[in-house]
Write a protein that binds this ligand. Structure first.
Ligand code: ADP
Ligand code: MG
Length: 267
């Protein structure tokens, strides 16, 4: 069964592109053939997070306008041969591609890849509608903030109206110490509002930012990190593996339990 998944959120800046890049890399490391589609026309940055920006020759725009073949636009990852990127055009507006064209692109990609993961632009306008046009599943990314959760809720409604019923939640940038003193919503709070199944919780981690700047998704890092492990676990859960959620509670007692869990998940 081919998987066509859109990573979406409503609100911008919550981690869609970060999730897409790490998930792509993690799935490729599990031996899957995967294509990441940058549907953020005008503001593309998936290529940067993957460190592939200098390798772009053609984009989805040239494929759609018939200036090149689909295979010519695909950029192969330098580290994982199973991973490729279909870049978005940088200077076009979000209406540059129609929903029908997007569907056709995604259809052609499913002939060649196990997973097609589409990185959505912010908002719920035309760019969003085009990005979800060919998708069968969705990953909703939100931070534990009320504005992000409210936008996520709205997006879930729009996805369901579009016939996308297989929707999973990723809570990103969780800060357990803040949750503990009631300064941040807990994962449970977010889940209660959105009532869709949880597939991942990613803690706030400055290594995510460092890895972004280097163009090396965190899942590639040789030193273990909770955020990198969380991304890897999302990939495994998508594959149908039962993986326990990481214990992110910040108490002293839990530190060793957390370390033990992390070590177990690596070996
Ligand atoms: P979006 O695609 O939803 O606009 P991005 O993936 O571009 O969001 O992320 C926005 C910013 O947040 C980036 O600077 C990224 O490095 C940072 N970020 C994302 N996830 C985390 C995290 N778990 N910890 C720390 N920073 C993060
Ligand atoms: Mg983005």
């Amino acid at each position: 069964m081919k998987r066509i998944i859109v990573t979406t959120s409503g609100k911008g800046g919550v981690g869609k592109t970060t999730v897409t890049a790490n998930l792509g890399m993690a799935l490729a490391r599990l031996g899957r053939k995967i294509v990441l589609v940058d549907a953020d026309f005008g503001l593309r940055n998936l290529d940067l997070l993957l460190g592939l920006e200098n390798r772009i020759v053609y984009t989805a725009m040239e494929v759609v306008s018939g200036e090149c073949r689909l295979e010519q636009a695909l950029v192969r990852d330098k580290r994982e041969s199973g991973l490729v990127l279909l870049p978005a055009a940088q200077n076009r507006n979000k209406e540059a591609i129609t929903a029908e064209q997007m569907k056709q692109l995604v259809d052609s990609l499913t002939q060649m890849y196990d997973y097609v993961v589409i990185d959505c632009p912010a908002g719920i306008e035309m760019g969003f509608k085009n990005a979800i046009a060919g998708a069968k599943e969705a990953l909703i990314v939100t931070t534990p903030e009320i504005a992000a959760v409210r936008d996520a809720d709205r997006v879930i409604g729009l996805l369901e109206a579009q016939g996308i019923k297989n929707i999973h939640l990723i809570v990103n940038r969780l800060r357990p110490a803040m949750v503990q003193v009631n300064d941040m919503m807990s994962v449970q709070d977010v889940q209660e509002i959105l009532s869709i199944p949880l597939i991942g919780v990613v803690p706030e981690d400055e290594r995510v930012i460092v890895s972004t700047n280097r163009g090396e998704p965190l899942v590639l890092s040789e030193t273990a990190s909770l955020a990198g492990t969380a991304f890897d676990h999302i990939a495994r859960r998508l594959e149908g593996e039962k993986v326990e959620f990481l214990d992110l509670e910040p108490t002293q007692d839990n530190f060793f339990a957390r370390l033990r869990k992390l070590l177990f998940s690596i070996i």
